[in-house]
Design a protein around this ligand. Structure first.
Ligand SMILES: Nc1ncnc2c1ncn2[C@@H]1O[C@H](COP(=O)(O)OP(=O)(O)O)[C@@H](O)[C@H]1O
Ligand SMILES: [Mg+2]
Length: 201
């Protein structure tokens, strides 16, 4: 039996008047795709936000790579190798695709100059992997919602994540985009990534 890479145990989270999570547990295994099912309001998005530290937890424990984990925010969890693609996108319309993917961690020379060519080339590779037919120099705001979601996914790929969690990824995607997404999900799984998909109910 493979060891879980990520363990959420008996997580509790309440908002004023609502118990969003009542001892919710979830184990994520390397090389496996898992679906997190539950009707609207069941607490799926809240569980993801507790994991990345957007919300504090009221009870329970998180273990990642066999150690207790408490992430300070999505940036922190992403650096540790856990990428979450949220239902609500976190992208900036006035920046290019490449700038969005590498925001805050642009490739620079030892003298601090941004290596634009390298950044665009890397971003173009990620887009090709996802079968997105746009140059990485395109402004994000020119893309459809589904395409913007693919950019979020490209960003997750760029972190070489060990765990990728997708909160309702297919909601905004066309059939072709969904197909490309599932192809990449299978690739990532075969590379040993642990994947959680929380599908649209
Ligand atoms: N920031 C918040 N403040 C207050 N209540 C919230 C907040 N986020 C979620 N909730 C409530 O917590 C419950 C779980 O919501 P959510 O995690 O979004 O469910 P799901 O993603 O499974 O649809 C719902 O009753 C929702 O209204
Ligand atoms: Mg949700």
């Amino acid at each position: 039996m493979t060891q879980a890479i990520l363990q959420l145990s008996e997580i509790e989270k309440a908002f004023p008047g609502v118990k969003a999570l009542d001892k919710a547990s979830l184990n994520v295994y390397p090389g496996r795709v898992m679906a997190l099912m539950g009707e609207n309001g069941a607490g799926k998005s809240t569980l993801m936000k507790v994991l990345t530290g957007i919300y504090s937890l009221d009870g329970g424990a998180i273990r990642y790579e066999d150690k207790p984990a408490a992430f300070k925010g999505p940036r922190d969890s992403q650096q540790a190798g856990i990428s979450i693609i949220h239902q609500e996108l976190n992208l900036i319309p006035d920046l290019t695709i490449a700038e969005n993917i590498f925001l805050g961690r642009e490739f620079t020379t030892p003298f601090g100059r941004v290596q634009w060519d390298k950044m665009y080339a890397e971003a173009d590779k990620l887009l090709a992997r996802l079968n997105v037919k746009h140059s990485a120099k395109t402004l994000l705001g020119a893309l459809s919602l589904g395409e913007q979601q693919m950019v979020e996914i490209a960003k997750a790929l760029s972190f070489e994540s060990k765990v990728i969690i997708m909160d309702e990824p297919t909601d905004a995607l066309t059939d072709t985009e969904t197909e490309s997404l599932f192809k990449v999900i299978n690739e990532l799984r075969d590379q040993g990534c642990g994947i959680v998909i929380s599908p649209t109910a």
